[in-house]
Design a protein around this ligand. Sequence first.
Ligand code: ADP
Length: 427
Amino acid sequence: MFKKLHLKLTFFNTIILVIFLAIFSIIIYQFMSTRVDKSVESLLNFSAKQVDDINKIPHFKKPLNDGNKLFDRNRFKLFNYKDAKPNYILWNEGFNITETSDDIDEISELKKQAIKVMEENDLIVIKTEINDEKVMLLSKPFNKNNVNGVIQVYKSIELESNLLNNLTTTFLFGGLISTIILGLISYIIAGKSLVPIKKSWNQQKEFVADASHELRTPLTVIQTNLDVALSDEDGTIKGNYEWINNAYTECDKMSKLINDLLLLAKIDSKQISLNVKNFSISNLANEVLNIMKPLINNKNLMLENEIAENININCDEDRIRQLMIILLDNAIKYTPEKGKIEIDIYESKNELNIVVKDTGIGLSENDIDNIFNRFYRADKARSRDEDGTGLGLSIAKWIVDVHGGSIKLQSELNLGSTFIVKIPIYD
Ligand code: ADP
């Protein structure tokens, strides 16, 4: 799937770059071509004016094809070339050539232009061919000493058109090489831009697979227990209490799991907004401890707490409560009977510190690195026994992150764990 997408992205990127390159080349070509035409045109205009200025028109004796003297070549450096010498033709009113600086094989097109110019009484510049050579031809009517006629000045544009042809070839050849290079670059860029997409796609796939797996286990347990209860057709609810209770407990676990999954889905789609308000974390911590006390007592755990008084913070109270419950619940779950749990809450350097320490089973270094990943459980069998889903700490991390804080774990296998949460306090 990603291979196809990679190729598609490469193709579209390359197409866009090639289109851009083509437009750029066309603009440069057009610019060059117009500039060249304009230069030749202005040379022809200048030449026509010089021819026009000679008083003897249309009967001058002096041969005008002594071009180098007639035209100031230094002004037209680009055309300082043997073909650059403009030629001229003078037509009288009867459209006969009275003077020319060149031997011309075919005059019909020239005559047509001369007649047109005379009719329109305006200057015309065209590109045509004279003596099998591409030329730019300027035709201009004149009236001097009551004599009418047409001046035509033309100049070979072979050099210019060769120049433009070379430019086209360069663009085509360069374009081909650029397309290959751009294709390769696009391939690399597309590959790089797909990395985070691939990553999140794989995460999503893993998430769905893990979630279905987690949901399947309680469902199987519910089904098996209900099957046993249902097979006892004459039995009473009391008689089948164990099976029904098992199914009920699993339903409870499932409901917790689904709630966590929904929360994570909302987190992923950024549908969760914080309800930030000012509240006393000291009061909240005492309230949470009261809720958890029965669980602590059930396991004969020792609780030590140091909760600084009157610390007020601007946070989402429900989320901070959830964070504290996750950390305390884990400490209780993963600490054997008669163990000790400590909770410290204090303010330091404008930061709220929540420290939850236990003398429980602890975690290995590898577990510490992965502990905040979704569905990660250090000891799967044990965690499942403790109703664990492996989602609590990833939710805890999200809560801390979303409040701009940090969460760290120090732990040693069989000795215990300490979770340290720091959240900035804003006034
Ligand atoms: P769970 O619902 O499984 O407890 P968590 O995300 O809260 O999910 O925790 C992930 C895993 O981290 C747990 O399965 C457990 O293996 C480990 N863990 C969490 N807290 C502690 C702790 N205080 N002591 C030892 N292991 C812990």
